[in-house]
Write a protein that binds this ligand. Structure first.
Ligand SMILES: Nc1nc2c(ncn2[C@@H]2O[C@H](COP(=O)(O)OP(=O)(O)OP(=O)(O)O)[C@@H](O)[C@H]2O)c(=O)[nH]1
Ligand SMILES: [Mg+2]
Length: 248
């Protein structure tokens, strides 16, 4: 439970609880100074590197971040290594390419701490040309529809910027280590009865070279990984019994 604010103050006047921010990073030296500079004061930035060759790890360390090396390639492998390394009550995730602003995250954490929601996702609202290519948007929309059919959740986006309670996220047992990780987090959270909601966030053109959804190949891979997540039966479900709603 959250303590009530002292008389005369609203909860918005109080500082948001501190959190750890997981920043998956693959060759993002150009974006790192801006991203780390926007991490709220007193929060821990956990940069998870997968063998960057542009000096990202050294740069992040010199800028005060905790750097975690994850030997296994993949966006999900990086996110999960960051979650395992986190220690704060609240954990946030944010891309490390300058497309999303970590300074928005205290408002996310506040809403969770106040009991409004359990997993809060940033719904990306593109700002500027090229921030979000059409094919990536179309893929995302298709996945949001499939997610609705699978879980009943009505989300517009499966964006990478998000926040939750560390213990809630750890017990979900997310297994995907590639592009399906963000979707699997949402599916498992819904299956576990957590409240999953979204809030608008500006989405800016990334700094540096596009690696995933900026390319057709990356998008195709992401959609395939995510489809596989949606086709998996809910955890703890007796195979074949999902239609009858039977759970172990
Ligand atoms: N550690 C690690 N980070 C990754 C990996 N793939 C992507 N990232 C990081 O995860 C974040 C999201 O990846 P992006 O390349 O921005 O993917 P995207 O936003 O879908 O597409 P683009 O911005 O167009 O490339 C960025 O901070 C990347 O550096 C990976 O295999 N390992
Ligand atoms: Mg990006």
């Amino acid at each position: 439970m959250t303590d009530s604010p002292p008389a005369g103050l609203s909860s918005a006047d109080l500082p948001a609880p501190t959190a750890d921010v997981v920043l998956p990073c693959l060759d993002e030296a150009a974006a790192l100074p801006g991203v780390l500079g926007a991490v709220p004061d007193g929060w821990r930035a956990i940069v998870v590197d997968n063998g960057s060759t542009d000096g990202s790890a050294e740069l992040a360390r010199s800028l005060g971040a905790t750097v975690v090396h994850e030997p296994r390639r993949g966006f999900g492998a990086a996110c999960h290594a960051g979650l395992l390394a986190a220690e704060a009550e609240f954990v946030c995730f944010c891309d490390c390419d300058g497309s999303l602003d970590p300074a928005l995250l205290p408002a996310f954490v506040r809403r969770i701490a106040e009991g409004e929601t359990d997993l809060l996702l940033g719904r990306r609202r593109p700002r500027g040309r090229g921030a979000w290519p059409l094919h990536a948007r179309a893929g995302n929309l298709a996945l949001a529809r499939m997610l609705h059919r699978r879980t009943g959740l009505r989300l517009h986006d499966l964006g990478p910027m998000r926040a939750g309670r560390r213990t809630d996220l750890l017990v979900l047992g997310i297994a995907d280590r590639r592009s399906g990780y963000p979707l699997e987090m949402v599916v498992r959270a819904a299956d576990a009865g957590l409240r999953v909601t979204e809030t608008d966030v500006p989405y800016l053109p990334r700094t540096g070279r596009s690696k995933v959804t900026g390319t057709w190949r990356g998008t195709w891979q992401a959609v395939r990984d995510m489809r596989a997540v949606l086709l998996r039966p809910p955890a703890g479900t007796v195979p074949g019994a999902a239609r009858q709603g039977v759970r172990r």
